[in-house]
Design a protein around this ligand. Structure first.
Ligand SMILES: Cc1cc2nc3c(=O)[nH]c(=O)nc-3n(C[C@H](O)[C@H](O)[C@H](O)COP(=O)(O)OP(=O)(O)OC[C@H]3O[C@@H](n4cnc5c(N)ncnc54)[C@H](O)[C@@H]3O)c2cc1C
Length: 471
């Protein structure tokens, strides 16, 4: 049996940032993750927007955390060496219903202290973004909205937490928890753990993990989302993140991503029941068709033949439930704000939807403070280092800088992924940092994210990983 002060279940954004912030204290932390790497749940399949806070109701914890986190984001990304841009966002409407919603969001933002908001008329918005269909009736500019590759942030949080002493156990699926001896015995696929405190950040399974020791209170009834990723040649069709607020409640989001592509989506639809049950994040042809129709209508010059991949996601929509015998009955209204559920040493984060990426560090910090004090250890860790070094990417360097690097490390001269200009050195460094398969290398280096989607580099990466395993 393994003992620790705090056991975290789930290594998505919230688990990794909670672990990172717990290591600010003198405290032992173990993170259990059922997959073989971090960021395999909803943290990898989202829109990647760093929101400014106008989308949330004033006075809610969601808005407070979002506003605070947005303000701190540049510093966080400097500490963790994660690429981050603030192109700003433009929320646009084409009629009275959307005009009303946009005006309300402006008021909500102003009341919540969101910086950089400005109402524009249709003409001003069209001048800013000439590729959008004519007829915009109003727009809300938010200069502080940003974009990030979510897995870059999650991997950075993981590496920083691990360097500060948090232990991560992959392929460790939690199957049961029982309260005993003033703490918790957790049965996982790789053994038994005893901890004083558990932080449950198991994403789409967080409701069921909580119910291993508590009565049902909140359950997740996921809704599905579809996305299309367009080639880099489409990345500059818009300058801002575009959030289209449709008259019929449906809308289109366009994100010129941190990596230069254009992300289109998400839809919002009922998932097929089996996919939701097994938590598979699948796309749906109707969902993708709807995105293409909306692009034709609202960004007519966007060449939809330049799609390079699609992906699906599931939103962890939370509802209160009441028990009825062995069943639970879902209450009518979904829960809109976030709740940190604290039950005698069990902290559960259930249904953390948008903007959970934006405030993942800020929320992780709050949980860490409370979990550390619950575990009885509040002394600061004098050795905590908030900084993490990223892998240097050949594609970000000038020719002179790259030549200087090749002088020191010749594998920076060997191109492995021609589409994304990823070198052998980057793949080797990813492997040293714990990437054991193609997907993990892809998320750490970008290899396979380009136009050919890995058909030219997959074999080479497998050879490099296999060679490393033999050594
Ligand atoms: C469609 C969509 C779009 C979004 N867009 C944005 C956005 O643009 N901006 C923004 O700020 N936020 C956005 N979000 C919100 C953000 O993505 C989430 O709030 C955040 O990723 C939540 O991370 P998490 O750590 O809770 O969950 P996850 O990333 O799902 O992590 C949970 C982890 O727990 C593991 N796990 C589950 N069960 C077990 C078990 N039994 N044992 C061990 N491990 C287990 C899983 O494998 C997983 O790795 C979006 C969300 C969705 C769904």
């Amino acid at each position: 049996m393994t003992r620790t002060d705090v056991l975290i279940i789930g290594a998505g954004l919230l688990g990794c940032f909670t672990a990172r912030n717990l290591k600010r204290y003198n405290i032992d932390v173990i993170v259990l993750e059922k997959e073989n790497d971090v960021c395999r749940g909803i943290s990898k399949a989202n829109t990647g927007i760093i929101y400014s806070g106008y989308n949330n109701r004033p006075g809610t914890l969601k808005q407070k955390l979002c506003v605070q986190a947005n303000g701190d984001f540049d510093e966080l990304c400097q500490e963790l060496e994660v690429p981050f841009r603030r192109p700003g966002s433009l929320m646009i409407g084409y009629g009275p219903v959307s005009d009303e919603i946009i005006a309300r969001k402006f008021r909500d933002g102003m009341r919540g202290g969101v910086k950089g908001l400005k109402m524009l008329d249709g003409k001003e918005a069209e001048e800013m973004e000439p590729a959008l269909a004519h007829g915009i009736t109003s727009a809300l500019l938010s200069t502080e909205t940003g974009t990030i590759d979510p897995w870059d942030l999650c991997i950075a949080a993981y590496e920083n937490a691990a360097c500060n002493g948090a232990e991560f156990r992959f392929g460790s699926k939690v199957a049961d928890i029982r309260r005993e001896d003033g703490g918790f015995f957790t049965e996982s696929s790789d053994g038994t753990y005893y901890s004083k405190v558990i932080v449950n950040t198991a994403g789409l399974s967080s409701d069921r993990i909580r119910e291993m020791t508590e009565k049902p209170l909140i359950r997740l009834f996921p809704s599905a989302a579809d996305y299309i990723v367009m080639d880099r040649s489409c990345g500059s069709i818009v300058d801002h993140i575009i959030l289209h607020e449709g008259e019929d409640g449906k809308g289109l989001t366009l994100v010129p991503t941190a990596d230069g592509n254009l992300l289109v989506g998400p839809t919002n639809r009922e998932p097929d029941e089996e996919a939701a049950y097994v938590q598979e994040m699948r796309t749906d042809s109707d969902g993708l068709g709807l995105l293409m129709e909306m692009c034709d209508e609202f960004v007519p010059d966007l060449d939809m033949t330049k799609q390079i991949r699609t992906f699906g996601s599931l939103r962890p929509d939370p509802y209160y439930v009441v028990s009825d015998g062995d069943d639970v009955v879902r209450q009518e209204k979904g829960i809109r704000d976030i709740r940190i559920i604290e039950e005698d040493g069990l902290f559960s984060l259930i249904g953390i939807k948008t903007p959970g990426l934006t405030f993942s560090n800020a929320l992780g910090m709050q949980i860490a403070d409370r979990a550390a004090s619950c575990a009885g250890r509040t002394g600061n860790n004098p050795d905590f280092d908030p900084h993490r070094k990223a892998i240097i990417r050949a594609r970000d360097l000038t020719d002179e800088e790259l030549a200087a690097l090749i002088e020191k490390d010749s594998t920076y001269g060997e191109i492995v992924c021609p589409c994304m200009h990823v070198t052998e050195s980057e793949v080797l460094q990813a492997a040293e940092r714990g990437a054991h398969d193609i997907e993990s290398v892809k998320r750490r280096t970008g290899a396979g994210f380009g136009r050919c989607q890995g058909s030219r580099c997959r074999r080479r990466i497998m050879d490099i990983l296999a060679k490393g395993d033999q050594q």
